[in-house]
Design a protein around this ligand. Sequence first.
Ligand SMILES: C[S@@+](CC[C@H](N)C(=O)[O-])C[C@H]1O[C@@H](n2cnc3c(N)ncnc32)[C@H](O)[C@@H]1O
Length: 233
Amino acid sequence: MIRALVSPLDWAGASGEFDMTEARSFVPAAGRDWLLPFYDPLLRLLGEERIKETLIEAADIRPGQRVLDLGCGTGTLALMIRERCPEAEVIGLDPDPKALAIARSKAERAGAAVEWRQGFADDLPFEDGSFDRVVSSLVFHHLPPDVVRAALPELRRVLEPGGSVWVLDLSHGGTHGLHGLLARFASHQHGDEDVAGQLPTLMEGAGLLAAEARPCRRTFMGPLVLTHAQAPG
Ligand SMILES: C[S@@+](CC[C@H](N)C(=O)[O-])C[C@H]1O[C@@H](n2cnc3c(N)ncnc32)[C@H](O)[C@@H]1O
């Protein structure tokens, strides 16, 4: 039963495909490395497709656009974007080589062309103005406050003038709902309790325009907030 729930990934050498020279800590997708194989099955049970669909629709991605999925984890959002907008170029970035190995293996099985990069939100390995859209789901509550503050100017930097950023995240720093229970079970440290509430102010402080947060859905995981802003045109 458990075997059937676990992603069919060859774990041997999972980190070998990505540069591990820059050791730096981060909160992994399921809070603990050993829980990662359960991340996708659990998210599916919790209705992740509908949640991520909401983000993709709002971001209004057009053919030919370059899209960064920030904190892509196991790659589901990036792959959904490729499926729905096959003419968009999609790049998934995450610090976790094990999650990226799962993402790569899912993309290969789906025959989907997505570029996977290892990196951190506050030190993006991209040129200025590289993207028309930056999207991110369920990531910001994993980031310490200083990383959130340093990441937002980076998002602005890598956006084209007039490009936009779309952040879907749990409100209350993920401390409510089933996510709050699971986070306590995995005893993983989260960022600021009210990161979603502070994002519009922080985004505008980083030079992004018209930042706005709106409550999105109530899910088993907890209530979600969708925040967006635009790079100056
Ligand atoms: C809950 S998972 C969300 C994964 C994916 N976006 C999704 O919606 O399923 C949070 C992700 O944030 C990533 N993360 C943690 N710290 C990060 C950082 N400093 N910069 C970028 N991503 C980070 C983790 O590795 C993890 O994959």
